[in-house]
Design a protein around this ligand. Structure first.
Ligand SMILES: Nc1ncnc2c1ncn2[C@@H]1O[C@H](COP(=O)(O)OP(=O)(O)O)[C@@H](O)[C@H]1O
Ligand SMILES: [Mg+2]
Length: 572
């Protein structure tokens, strides 16, 4: 082994660049964050060849003083913190003072800038960290940093760059992360001379609609929660906005995009009742907390954080999300209608008052208005049933327009939530059966029933062997008594046999109850009376999570009058 030597500065920067400057997208992230830190109101990004040829970021921020230009490119030089105390409470995106130095060590950088006070601008260039002279430059207040030919002096790393399309994709993602976090800043993104995105300063819903799609925003609920120094805001996608891939998940902590295990877990738990299988939730969430309660200096790219009290953060995020995602249907339609309205018309359109359509219909139909719509009281959120369609869907009229309900899915959820409430309170409500239901059972079933009598009773089932291979059900869950009791019993016994009685009740409670609920729910093709349909609508309004069935599919859908007008090309 050779003697120990201190490494030359350039090499140190190049080593550091390995951590921070992984690809053009990482350069872009660092430059935009610097502009944001400088208080920019408008930022223009220019990319050439997916950023491999050039990444340039221009802002109208506070600028860099002429004499500071060489320092901006020096390692460990920053204007953002001065002490450990500052570091612990850091509120800017940057603070390590090494991004520009690292970038300059592996590319050709030029900076032109002008502060508010300076009579004119100044510029500096650097090539592989070799600084040029500071020269005068004509420009308005703000800064332009241009990074050309990334890795021109480190060919080994250049080989790791992918195709133009791939690198552009990464750049676009880096851009989305900052642009979502800073809706108050205007952005323009150009690639190979063409403008690909143009965003004005706007509200989050509008920005998210532009960056992630209107469908996603229309199928999400706004969140606004606050408790003990923690605040969560943003948009949480409903089950119908879920995707097969986790590519619409944005979590920001104090404005910084992060991938954090504690937060990811809290989100997964909050969605676990709504999404089954491999569906991935979509969300844009912002957690704000005292900067001293979170350490962002875990990794140079700062996408990892450490919370001082991660349990409290976990609980808060989980509960805030659960509450926002599982309002009874009574609260939900308002959010659906108001968000989609604000997206399509920029928030100008007011929600419809009930009086307006009613008046329109009265004028149109004379006195033939059906009495089903009592006008004095406030109409219930899901409205009143009009009819049943093909034995599958309920059609109802509410304030906003037409409501379509998948009656089987909705009923299944109602029964499941009822069973869950029962169980939380001790045991599922039982109903004695006048005539016991009898099922053919194997010895194993009978043994399982006998060994797990207590668990079964908590689930609302009272079983007894009534012959060598016969079980009789004497009592069944009240909410399910009209269903197929033998099939239900067989399913429950199978789950208990597979997982053990107490395990099935604890870890697999939701699956177990979902299985049970499935046997009770009104089957498709059963004709319901209007009164029955209205009763179902009222129950949905009172049931938590009734917006989606036990398998995560939506249970109802709102078609607003505006949607219908659009369908019929009726101008307003
Ligand atoms: N767009 C910009 N506007 C104003 N100042 C900037 C800009 N970009 C960089 N700077 C200055 O250069 C310094 C070094 O930037 P950087 O290497 O990214 O480190 P950090 O952001 O961690 O401070 C910053 O602290 C800031 O003073
Ligand atoms: Mg920086």
């Amino acid at each position: 082994m050779s003697a120990i030597q201190v490494l030359p500065d350039l090499l140190v920067s190049q080593i550091a660049a390995g951590e921070v400057v992984e690809r053009p997208a990482s350069v872009l992230k660092e430059l935009i964050e610097n502009s944001v830190d400088a208080g920019a109101r408008a930022i223009t990004i220019t990319l050439d060849e997916g950023g491999m040829r050039r990444v340039q970021v221009e802002d109208d921020g506070e600028g860099i003083a002429r004499e500071d230009l060489p320092l901006a490119l020096a390692r460990h030089a920053t204007s953002k913190i001065r002490s450990l105390g500052d570091l612990e409470g850091v509120a800017t995106m940057g603070f390590r003072g090494e991004a520009l130095a690292s970038i300059a060590s592996v590319s050709r950088v030029s900076i032109a800038s002008r502060t508010g006070q300076a009579p004119h601008g100044a510029a500096i260039t650097a090539e592989g960290a070799q600084l040029g002279e500071v020269s005068p430059a004509a420009r308005a207040q703000g800064t332009t940093v241009s990074v050309a030919d990334l890795y021109f002096n480190t060919p080994a790393r250049r080989k790791f760059l992918r195709t133009e399309a791939t690198e552009l994709g990464h750049c676009d993602e880096a851009f989305r992360r900052v642009a979502l976090a800073r809706c108050d800043v205007a952005f323009t993104l150009k690639h190979n001379g063409r403008v690909s995105r143009h965003l004005r300063a706007q509200a989050l819903a509008e920005r998210a609609a532009q960056l992630l799609g209107e469908e996603l925003v229309a199928a999400s609920v706004p969140i606004e929660a606050r408790s003990g120094g923690l605040a969560l805001s943003g948009l949480a996608g409903l089950p119908q906005a879920a995707k097969p891939r986790a590519d619409a998940q944005y979590f920001f902590v104090n404005g910084r995009f992060v991938r954090d295990r504690v937060l990811a877990h809290a989100v997964r738990e909050a969605y676990s009742q709504l999404l089954h299988g491999e569906r991935q939730p979509a969300y844009v969430l912002f957690l704000e907390l005292d900067p001293r309660a979170v350490d962002v200096n875990v990794h140079p790219a700062k996408t990892e954080v450490r919370f001082r009290d991660s349990r409290a953060v976990h609980q808060f995020v989980k509960h805030a999300l659960e509450r926002a995602l599982s309002p009874s249907a009574a609260e939900a339609p308002v959010s659906y209608a108001s968000i989609s309205a604000s997206v399509s018309t920029g928030g100008m359109q007011q929600a419809f008052g009930l009086a307006q359509p009613v008046a329109a219909y009265s004028a149109f139909m004379g006195s033939a208005l059906p009495p089903a719509l009592p006008q004095a009281e406030k109409a219930p959120p899901l409205g009143y049933a009009l009819a049943q369609l093909h034995g599958v869907y309920i059609l109802a009229q509410n304030e906003a327009g037409l409501v379509l309900v998948d009656m089987h899915a909705a009923h299944e959820r109602i029964v499941m939530e009822k069973l869950k409430r029962n169980l939380d309170a001790g045991a599922v409500q039982r109903q004695a059966l006048l005539v016991p239901a009898v099922l053919i059972a194997e010895a194993l079933d009978i043994a399982t029933a006998e060994e797990n009598g207590e668990v079964l009773e908590r689930l609302g089932l009272e079983l007894a062997a009534s012959g060598p291979n016969e079980l009789s059900v004497r009592a069944a869950p009240a909410a399910l008594a009209a269903g197929d009791i033998p099939a239900l019993t067989r399913d429950v016994l199978r789950e208990i046999r597979e997982f053990g009685g107490s395990e099935a009740l604890n870890a697999r409670q939701n699956e177990l109850l979902a299985t049970m609920a499935c046997h009770a729910a009104v089957r498709a093709n059963r004709a319901l009376t209007l009164a029955e349909m209205n009763a179902l609508l009222r129950e949905m309004e009172e049931t938590e999570r009734s917006g989606s069935c036990n398998h995560g599919r939506p249970t109802w859908y709102q078609l607003t009058l505006a949607d219908l007008d659009k369908l019929f090309l009726r101008g307003r």
